[in-house]
Design a binder for this molecule. Structure first.
Ligand code: UGA
Length: 434
């Protein structure tokens, strides 16, 4: 099939590449000429495991193209995906200007039937607004489909190629048939393509992310409680996760969820509810608890040093909001660094992928280490903020040589408690005994 994808951000690029992988002819459009030029030359703009292979293969085989020429791409395609940003506007609600602007541009170009698919996370009612733009600017028949994206950074290719489900909001039989044909290769294992109305589809995305954020936050509170009553959160996690109604996944406690999705979507759903006079109390608590959880390691640290960390030096392993990404948006590490500096401490950081991104934001407020062990030089303690695999089985004797004292505050529960005690470490993790 002939596909256009407007917007080559994270979702757009993964969508375009993965749609080309099953044999479609895909043209990705962006207004950023520099970026488009680079992609035309085979340069991939984001770090996402496995994506580079598909990206290069599909460019070489002539199925994946990049261009700034919107009109040509629209005319050549029967299905047009919009994967555009919806940043929070001044009032906190999603700013739809990119989406509605693109809809107007497309409306002015089209000469025959198209399916317009929205992949961005948008407030309930956006599909109706997009339809209105087409009705007001064009006499050509189009169908507008809401198709929320559920892929996770770090495993995006797998999530796209083998999704748990595909949600499609449309009442049009013609659009349903085309979208089914397009997505059938991705659900060969039998996972469902779920058709529903546009509003339900739009809400499904917010409900999914908010539910997962709530699940994590619940576990974080259980972990905090475990510490106070002398229980072990790993045991509790396994104990409840074995119940299929609860499920094993997304039960790992830590130092709060981050990223570009959960924080934004929980807030957006809470606000959308209040706009229709519904007080979504759980979500408000989730946001409060998560903000506090991001500073859990700092409060533990302050307690350990009797509230005075002035002049102390700390190493931080992990800056990205989760492993396998260089994304630091809403990452707990950012809040931790800020607080440590405010309290008079100095900080050296190390992350295998996110160093440049953190440097762009905080510059020389911290020192940057070349490797995980270099980061420990003269540090009073190590703080672990992201569970990158390379931190899981470190050379503890090398660590001892560098650290001033054998003190670790682990926000991701990487190490075996007994092993750490046996090695003589003061090891403070989340929801486990000291
Ligand atoms: C999330 C959703 O998982 C995707 O389904 C969705 O498509 C995406 O948002 C989006 O809306 O675009 P993502 O933000 O990439 O994906 O990251 P997750 O893997 O879901 O992790 C989110 C946060 O939860 C991270 O900070 C992670 O550390 C935290 N987390 C996750 C936990 O603290 N514990 C867990 O057990 C799982």
């Amino acid at each position: 099939m002939k596909i256009a994808v407007i917007g080559t951000g994270y979702v757009g690029l993964v969508t375009g590449t993965c749609l080309a992988e099953t044999g479609n002819d895909v043209i990705c459009i962006d207004i950023n000429t520099e970026k488009v030029k680079k992609m035309q030359n085979g340069e991939i703009p984001i770090y996402e495991p496995g994506l580079d292979l598909l990206f290069h293969r599909n460019i070489e085989q002539g199925r994946l193209h990049f261009s700034t020429d919107l009109a040509a791409a629209i005319k050549a395609s029967e299905i047009i995906f919009m994967a555009l940003p919806t940043p929070p506007g001044g009032d906190g609600a999603a700013d739809l200007s990119y989406i509605l602007g693109a809809a107007k541009d497309i409306a002015n170009i089209i000469e025959d039937y198209k399916v317009i698919v929205n992949k961005s996370t948008v407030p309930v009612g956006t599909a109706d607004k997009v339809k209105a733009v087409f009705e007001n600017n064009s006499s050509v028949n189009v169908d507008v489909v809401s198709n929320p994206e559920f892929l996770r950074e770090g495993v995006a290719v797998d999530d796209f190629m083998k999704p748990d489900r595909i949600v499609l909001g449309t009442k049009s039989e013609r659009a349903k048939a085309l979208m089914t044909e397009l997505y059938n290769p991705y659900v060969r294992q039998g996972n469902p393509i779920l058709f529903m109305d546009e509003r339900s589809s739009e809400l499904t995305k917010y409900a999914a992310n908010s539910f997962l954020a709530t699940k994590i936050t619940f576990m974080n509170e259980i972990a905090n409680l475990c510490e106070l009553v002398g229980a072990d959160v790993d045991s509790v996690r396994r104990g409840i996760g074995a119940d299929e109604r609860i499920g094993k996944r997304f039960l790992f406690p830590g130092i709060g969820y981050g990223g570009s999705c959960f924080p934004k979507d929980v807030q957006a759903l809470s606000m959308a509810a209040s706009e229709v006079n519904y007080d979504f109390k759980i979500l408000k608590s989730v946001m409060t608890v998560n903000q506090e959880q991001k500073l859990l390691l700092v409060s533990k640290l302050l307690k350990y040093y009797n509230q005075d960390i002035n002049g102390k030096h700390f190493a931080i392993w992990g800056l990205a909001f989760k492993p396998e990404t260089d994304d630091i948006r809403e990452a707990p590490a950012l809040y931790i660094i800020d607080e440590l500096i405010k309290k008079g401490a100095t900080v050296t950081v190390f992350d295998p992928e996110a160093m440049d991104n953190i440097n762009n934001i905080i510059g020389d407020k911290v020192s940057y280490a070349k490797g995980q062990y270099e980061a420990l030089e003269n540090a009073d303690a190590l703080l672990i903020a992201t569970e990158w695999s390379l931190f899981r089985t470190p050379d503890f004797s090398r660590m001892e040589e560098k650290l001033i004292s054998k003190v670790i505050f682990d926000g991701r529960n990487l190490y075996d408690l007994q092993k750490m005690i046996d090695m003589g470490y003061y090891y403070n993790s989340v929801g486990r005994k000291l």
